[in-house]
Structures are given as C-alpha cells and as structure tokens.
Design a protein around this ligand. Structure first.
Ligand code: NI
Length: 156
C-alpha cells in the first residue's frame, strides 16, 4: 500500500516531465484526425482525475455509493479541450492528488475494502479505484510517448 501511495503521489511529476520542453506544435499535433493531441490528453487526465477523486471520496464516506463514469470523447469534443488552459489543468491535477494524500496516509484495512457500484452492477473496492488512478496515468504516459513518436515520423 505504501508503494501504491508513493506511485500515486509521483504521477504529477511524471506528467509534468512528459510535457516539459515540448513545442506548442508538438503538443497540439494529432496523430490522425480524431486522435487526441498531447494537450488534449493532459486535459483528459485532469478531468478524469476530478471525477475519480469524487468517486474515491464517495466510497470512503458513503455506504456502497453509486459511481458514475463519463463519456470521455464527448467531453473532449464538446468542452473545447483545444481552448482549455493546459497549465491550469496540470496544477489542478497536482492539487487533486496532493489533497488526497492526508486521507490515503491514514487508511485502515477496512477502508481499503469499502465498495462502490456502477449502474451496470460492476463493483470496485477503494483499493482498486486507487490502483486504477496510477494505471490511468501510466496508460496515458505511454500514449504521449506514441504521439511523440508519430510527430517525429510525421516530420521526416
Ligand atoms: Ni483515459
């Protein structure tokens, strides 16, 4: 659990590192029409974190609460991710993660096993929701790597 919390608290630095020093052209590059740019990925990661932080708090605070997911493509399309401020979203991600640390550092084993349920009946423990958070950033860091590769190939 200690390792999981360490990873959780390191993700902001990894995300920051992944975009640091890239040109605006590279950050805005879309590998194919409809595929997210690195800029859009950063906004998505933060929006996802807002909702997931809410879910994690619900599971800790309420008895088997209802969990809701979001239509990520609709959010990216209809909220004008292009126009949103990347720096603000990076800082928001940092604050969301940092604000959860006092909770995470004081969890007892029973709290880790608390459960929330999605409308389709899928049930997840707090521990699983936390693991998904670390995995989510890992997946999108890999995606950022692939977009950078496509950008380099596109330029030659
Ligand atoms: Ni995602």
């Amino acid at each position: 659990m200690k390792k999981m919390i360490e990873q959780y608290s390191r993700d902001y630095a990894l995300l920051r590192e992944a975009v640091e020093g890239l040109s605006e052209e590279e950050l805005r590059f879309q590998p194919t029409p409809g595929k997210w740019s690195i800029h859009q990925i950063v906004i998505h990661v933060t929006d996802s974190e807002i909702l997931a932080t809410h879910r994690m708090k619900k599971v800790l605070a309420e008895e088997e609460p209802l969990l809701l997911s979001f239509d990520q493509e609709a959010w990216a399309d209809n909220l004008g991710y292009e126009r949103l401020d990347r720096e603000q979203h990076l800082l928001l991600f940092q604050m969301l993660r940092a604000s959860m640390l006092p909770l995470l550092e004081n969890l007892n084993p029973e709290q880790l096993e608390r459960v929330g349920e999605y409308p389709d009946g899928a049930r997840y423990t707090f521990k699983e929701l936390l693991e998904f958070r670390v995995q989510h950033v890992r997946d999108h860091l890999a995606q950022i790597g692939r977009v950078r590769q496509a950008y380099r190939e596109n330029r030659v």
